[in-house]
Design a protein around this ligand. Structure first.
Ligand SMILES: C[S@@+](CC[C@H](N)C(=O)[O-])C[C@H]1O[C@@H](n2cnc3c(N)ncnc32)[C@H](O)[C@@H]1O
Length: 194
């Protein structure tokens, strides 16, 4: 699904975010493939931002699936809600943080944590909360900017987390690492299971 016509942004900060995240929309299909998104799954997208990637997951999980967007920012949430309604996408929207994960409508089969970890103040607290909320068969998919990259796109180099450090945090939070790989636009991905 691709739709460049977005609802009118309520302010400039949100407008900038919408523009920036729309430029990353092409990554959604790759993230979905690597995470193994499929019809009928419950998918939780943590730190959904403007929802540019979140809403791309809707046709992949289909009407039998359940798409949940978690985001602390009220303006982003209002925008995602409006955009989902405009595009006829059923979306469960939650305001909150990964550290204090609100109760979910169902245990997620997949948790998507893409370009959000470097925004989270207490990553291990967040990863423990995610671990506790996941279905036993679930998968946590993480995409982050690689500190080994040149720093031309994405988060500042100083805010990036090395894959080994992320693996250590995941293990400390109770996860097992099942895969890690380099990915486009200075990213790496990691798959973890509870
Ligand atoms: C760079 S955006 C990532 C958007 C999208 N996931 C993507 O892949 O492009 C990071 C988002 O994380 C949100 N965020 C910040 N702190 C958070 C927290 N503690 N828990 C969950 N999300 C958080 C921010 O509000 C922001 O919308």
């Amino acid at each position: 699904m691709s739709d460049e016509t977005q609802a009118t942004p309520p302010n400039q900060r949100l407008a900038r975010l919408i523009t920036r995240q729309a430029q990353k929309r092409h990554l959604a299909s790759l993230w979905a493939e690597v995470a193994g998104l499929a019809q009928g799954m419950v998918v939780l997208d943590i730190g959904a931002g403007s929802g540019a990637l979140t809403l791309e997951y809707a046709p992949i999980i289909g009407p039998a699936g359940q798409l949940i967007a978690l985001e602390p920012d009220r303006e982003c949430l209002d925008y995602i809600r409006t955009e989902a309604a405009r595009r006829g996408i059923a979306l469960h929207v939650l305001q909150g943080t990964a550290e204090a994960l609100p109760s979910l409508p169902a245990p997620p089969d997949r948790v998507m944590l893409t370009d959000a970890l470097h925004h989270i103040n207490q990553p291990i607290v967040a990863l423990r909360a995610i671990h506790a909320a996941m279905a036993p068969h679930g998968i946590l998919f993480i995409a982050e900017y690689d500190p080994a990259g040149p720093g031309v796109v994405g988060a500042k180099l100083s805010r990036r987390t090395y894959p080994n450090d992320l693996a250590g945090m995941l293990i400390a939070a109770g996860f097992k690492i099942s895969a890690s790989a380099n990915a486009p636009d200075e990213h790496y991905t990691m798959i973890a299971t509870p």
